[in-house]
Design a protein around this ligand. Structure first.
Ligand SMILES: Nc1ncnc2c1ncn2[C@@H]1O[C@H](COP(=O)(O)OP(=O)(O)OP(=O)(O)O)[C@@H](O)[C@H]1O
Length: 807
């Protein structure tokens, strides 16, 4: 096969095996040397159950498989898209044959990012644009950062037209070599705020950083995250910025977004320069794919991954390693080379640093951080007095003084979270030791941990743009004050009244185990997520509630995702979760967060709420408050410097709630009856199995006792009948329509409330007849108005009824 001429090639890379160069047009490599590409999965794909526990996915594309009959047996040939042909010869028994390696000259995309000279890295598809990409005009809001062309294209392709506020504040600092402590609201794009400077540096220095063929690519950046899910998410978020991008299809998508934008190649577009939009210039026909080494690689190494896979990833070389501290420390202990690389890091990131200490990773974190300390004490810089940067401050983005910033080639440190206390930020910046308690210990474990960071910057820049009180502008909060026993009914009401993807936070695994069967009996599609589930099941359940968001689907990438990569979308999915899901997870389009139990800390409240209202989307949170939790709410709001009455109360149609309470009670009765039977069976089996395992015979008295306490056949029959009758009763209740007070379903235009108009307008509620279809947030606004009118007329004492119950 003859490779096609490579049009527009700016630079050619020497073949990794010079002997074979130009002797043939084909490459004979082992399976591992095929151009495997780590698939940058959409963020929610970390949740994909379709992967059955696979935490990393690689694919090889553009490879044609050809079978040839030869005298020696059947040969399998892998033909790679016209540029390189990779032959893997096998006989019919599947034995690989040793064929000399011959590699064609791969093309690289840009002269600014020459690729390392290594065959192991010849595994990325380079897309030659059919239109010219001009960052200045196509992505003007990012142009001041002069990001590497690849990153600009990726941002364009993902329709990230402008930086988010934290990105706008942190990028200039990080790009100019400062250490940065970034605090910004949940879902505000912190990952790219630290990720883009790292990738930009690595892409721009790819030529000098390139190792030789035999060397393992050294880890240049380490991102530590508290959970596996978050590590996988960060890795795929960063990989999405490195994926080859086909700008022509990105431009087409852009047009879909903005109807005013002329079609690529249209007359208007060709006049683009004058019009100011659609300035891309067509330079050819369909985009061309070619193969070249990846200038930068990002991968996650987390618990649950096979050792073999881990070794393969590491041996191939990772520039940006995203890891959880526990697993990373395990590997470091057995891998001196990796330990050496961690000592030489160019970037260190702590994402959600405050959670890291909560999850009990303190010891591993401490060990890893110790590796990043400077060996030579003389290198340490005297800390400067602190000056805090706020959005809008002059001088943001410029070095505060001549000494600020890290020396060339030294490690830059980024610490990001949505919740880092002001006191801690100040201490970090001044690098002063935290205030100690009476026993001489630091004020908090987090203080202690962060004080172990060896910032190379004399004055790490602190960018704190977290909103006052931790509330994201697009989030609407609400609360329901009710008895603890009524929470199931109120939750059920909320889920029926406001269908949507809902994340319900409970404080214990037992709570989830109790609620799950009740929800299931009430036909609510609920899934559990907690630490006692297997990782695979956790990811699967998360997936069930996730759908791809527009920004996360690689619409413009030249790589097509495998078919298995389908999402089980469930627009009304309900996830019953503990705080395992509270931090960092970017599950797109979560409509509501419900705090079934009041969180114990203000940070937990902020992070739980942060699972909705992400990336400037609207979101809604509901706090369910039992009388004994009011005290906690008061303290929680106090520590956020807010007034507890600020959170408006959710309106509830009490007439319908009563009907739902009856259903919930039945579901509980059924569950209790079934649970009793399950428990009896379990206990009986347990005793037998334990006796069998110990090879002992059950004491005859014990057996008799067991026989005596065990339900008789008649009793079992009676209990089965009871469950069946309760189930039938519940079924009939579930079949009955929920009709609001005063509504006549027989004569829809009559009755105190006519539903005819709503039916004609299509605004009627499908499950709750008589109510209008509404978003939780809009109902809240309406009820707020209603309440303020009422307030003018009704005596204050009447509103204080609740207070009476609470005290
Ligand atoms: N400039 C941008 N424009 C539009 N969307 C963006 C931009 N940058 C990031 N996003 C999207 O915003 C979402 C949230 O980003 P990210 O997960 O980084 O938030 P975060 O601040 O780290 O949140 P958390 O504190 O909850 O971890 C992601 O889906 C991401 O793709």
């Amino acid at each position: 096969m003859t490779p096609k001429a490579i049009a527009g090639t700016k630079r050619k890379v020497k073949p990794s095996k010079p002997v074979a160069r130009k002797k043939a047009k084909t490459a004979h490599l082992s399976v591992d040397q095929l151009p495997w590409k780590s698939v940058a999965r959409p963020r929610e794909a970390h949740a994909s159950g379709s992967f059955d526990g696979m935490l990393e996915l690689e694919e090889v594309s553009g490879v044609e498989v050809v079978y040839e009959e030869t005298e020696a047996g059947k040969i399998v040939k892998f033909r790679v898209a016209g540029e390189v042909t990779v032959n893997q010869e096998m006989d019919t028994t599947g034995q690989e044959r040793d064929v000399p390696a011959i590699v064609d000259e791969p093309a690289v995309e840009s002269s600014t990012s020459p690729a390392p000279d290594t065959a192991a890295q010849a595994d990325v598809i380079v897309v030659e644009d059919s239109i010219r990409f001009d960052a200045e005009t196509m992505l003007p809001e990012w142009s001041r950062f002069s990001l590497h062309q690849q990153l600009a294209k990726a941002l364009y392709a993902q329709h990230f037209t402008r930086p988010t506020p934290i990105q706008a504040e942190a990028l200039p600092l990080a790009l100019s070599g400062r250490d940065v402590v970034g605090v910004a609201e949940t879902g505000s794009g912190k990952t790219l705020a630290y990720g883009l400077p790292i990738l930009d540096h690595l892409l721009k220095h790819a030529s000098t950083a390139g190792p030789t063929t035999k060397e393992r690519r050294p880890v240049r950046a380490l991102v530590l995250t508290p959970t596996r899910e978050l590590a996988l998410q960060v890795s795929s978020h960063l990989n999405a910025c490195l994926n080859p991008v086909d700008i022509s299809s990105a431009a087409v998508k852009e047009e879909e977004h903005d109807p005013e934008l002329p079609a690529v190649g249209s007359k208007e577009n060709n006049k683009g320069k004058e019009k100011g939009k659609g300035k891309e210039k067509k330079t050819g026909d369909a985009p061309k794919k070619r193969y070249g080494p990846p200038p930068v690689s990002v991968a996650a190494i987390v618990g649950g991954m096979s050792a073999q896979k881990q070794r393969r990833i590491l041996s191939r070389g990772i520039d940006v390693l995203v890891a959880t501290p526990g697993r990373l420390w395990d590997i470091i202990q057995e891998d001196d080379e990796l330990a050496g690389q961690i000592e030489q890091l160019r970037f260190l990131v702590l994402d959600e640093a405050d959670r890291m200490v909560e999850t009990g990773h303190f010891a591993e974190m401490e060990n890893i951080l110790r590796l990043t300390l400077r060996q030579n004490k003389d290198d340490e810089i005297e800390p400067e007095p602190a000056t805090e940067l706020r959005a809008g401050d002059e001088g943001v983005g410029e070095a505060e003084d001549d000494k600020a910033g890290v020396k060339d080639g030294e490690m830059q440190t980024f610490v990001f979270s949505a919740t880092l206390s002001k006191e801690l930020q100040k201490n970090l910046k001044k690098r002063s030791r935290p205030i100690k308690n009476k026993k001489g210990k630091p004020a908090s474990t987090l203080d202690d941990l962060l004080m172990r960071l060896d910032f190379r910057d004399s004055t790490p820049a602190v960018v704190d743009i977290a909103p006052e009180g931790g509330v994201v502008a697009t989030l609407q909060e609400s609360k329901i004050e009710c008895l603890a026993n009524d929470k199931d009914a109120y939750l059920y009401y909320f889920l029926l009244r406001y269908p949507g993807r809902t994340l319900v936070f409970l404080s214990s695994v037992d709570g989830i185990r109790r609620l799950l069967p009740i929800m299931s009996l009430l036909e609510i599609p609920a899934f559990p997520l907690h630490s006692q589930l297997e990782q695979r099941q956790r990811l699967k359940n998360l997936d069930r509630c996730a759908v791809p968001s527009v920004s996360s689907v690689p619409l413009t990438c030249s790589i097509t995702y495998p078919l298995a990569f389908r999402f089980k979308s469930s627009p009304h999915g309900v996830l019953l979760a503990t705080d395992v899901a509270a931090r960092g997870l970017d599950v797109p389009a979560v409509d509501h967060v419900v705090h079934y139990q009041v969180p114990r800390t203000a940070d937990a409240y902020v992070h739980r709420n942060g699972r909705t209202a992400r990336a400037a989307r609207k979101g809604f949170s509901l706090l369910m408050v039992a009388p004994d939790e009011r005290r906690i709410v008061r303290a929680l709001m106090g520590s956020l410097k807010r007034d507890e009455d600020e959170i408006p109360e959710m309106p509830v149609e009490l007439y319908l709630l009563d009907k739902l309470k009856a259903r919930v009670q039945l579901a509980r009765d059924i569950d209790t009856a079934q649970h009793r039977v399950r428990k009896e069976k379990h206990e009986k089996n347990w005793l037998r199995e334990a006796a069998e395992a110990m090879e002992i015979e059950l004491d005859s008295d014990l057996e008799a006792e067991e026989q005596g306490s065990a339900p008789t056949k008649a009793q079992r029959k009676a209990s089965d009948a009871k469950v069946a009758s309760l189930k039938a009763e519940l079924k009939s209740l579930l079949e009955q329509p929920l009709v609001a007070r005063g509504v006549s379903t027989r004569y829809i235009t009559s009755g105190a409330v006519s539903i005819a108009d709503d039916m004609l307008a299509g605004t009627f509620h499908e499950t709750m007849l008589g109510l209008k279809k509404a978003e939780a947030g809009s109902d809240l606004v309406a009820s707020k108005k209603r309440k303020s009118k009422l307030k003018a007329t009704v005596k204050k004492e009447e509103f204080e009824e609740w207070e009476g119950i609470a005290e």
